[in-house]
Design a binder for this molecule. Structure first.
Ligand code: NDP
Length: 255
């Protein structure tokens, strides 16, 4: 019964924004669990290097470079991947950006830039992959949310707004697609050292604050996001739907 519960062998997984950071760690982790992973990002050099690195480790990986912020191009991008490789069984909507400004200084352009990547692209990627999953009657979509889906924080109002939207998008797509055999869940990371959080990593005062605020008393390691994502990508989570799974060292559990 439990044998092979978390085995991703033969599952094709597309991870957006997987050339670096959390997405890259997830590509490696899901690949190690047996998945055939399609890596994505905009910079072709970085993407090719990431794919080469994981292939050299013996993982089944390939790349599909495209910008997720052009909603009209996403259907064609997904069609190209499925024609070339076969059905996408798991989509990890991971690509995301942050722009830090006091709320009074946020321009419409900055606000839209964050929404375009963190909300619009997540929705239209889910739509492009989800409609094909619905035809096949099964599939799993995992959105990468954030503790900021729940917790406010000064100077990141567009980002926190966008991650709150990802949380509700996860629930509403679950409501609409569950009967079609699709699970839509989210992983909500706490604080992990990547290019996205570099300004915070470089700020010793922030780390001091974080270590007091998080019950675990430290930053997360990106590898620590793999277990939750493998769970949500695998047969083990077939009756888990519309759920947001915090991987945050306890941060959202305490004030
Ligand atoms: P990074 O900035 O380290 O990596 C972002 C990745 O996304 C890169 O591969 C980048 O490649 C890609 N990307 C960015 N924009 C696009 C685009 N328009 N189209 C395609 N790919 C794109 O970020 P993290 O790894 O830290 O973050 C990953 C996700 O995790 C994000 O959704 C983020 O909000 C979330 N998160 C991160 C936390 C953290 O502590 N780091 C905490 C909570 C959530 P390229 O630039 O070449 O396109």
């Amino acid at each position: 019964m439990t044998q092979g519960l978390f085995d991703l062998k033969g599952r094709r997984v597309l991870i957006t924004g997987s050339s670096r950071g959390i997405g890259f760690a997830l590509a490696r982790g899901l690949g190690q669990a047996g998945a055939s992973v399609v890596l994505n990002g905009r910079d072709p050099k970085v993407l090719a290097e990431a794919t080469r690195t994981l292939a050299a480790e013996g993982l089944d990986v390939t790349e599909a470079g495209f910008d997720v912020t052009d909603p009209h191009a996403l259907d064609a991008a997904v069609a190209e991947i499925e024609t070339r490789l076969g059905p996408i069984e798991v989509l990890v909507n991971n690509a995301g950006i942050n722009r830090r400004f006091p709320a009074v200084s946020v321009t419409p352009e900055t606000f839209r830039e964050v929404m375009s990547t963190n909300v619009e692209a997540v929705f239209f990627m889910a739509q492009a992959v989800g409609k094909r999953m619905l035809e096949r009657g099964h599939g799993k979509i995992i959105n990468i949310a954030s503790v900021q889906s729940e917790l406010g924080r000064a100077t990141i109002s567009p980002y926190a707004t966008s991650k709150g939207a990802v949380r509700m998008m996860t629930r509403t797509l679950c409501a609409e697609w569950a009967k079609g055999g699709i699970q839509v869940n989210a992983v909500a990371p706490g604080y992990f050292a990547t290019d996205l959080t570099k300004p915070l990593v470089d700020d010793a005062k922030f780390t001091e604050w974080l270590c007091q605020r998080v019950p675990a008393g430290r930053w997360g390691n990106v590898e620590e996001l793999v277990g939750a994502t493998v769970f949500l990508a695998s047969r083990a989570s077939d009756f888990v739907n519309g759920h947001l799974l915090y991987v945050d060292g306890g941060m959202t559990a305490v004030v």
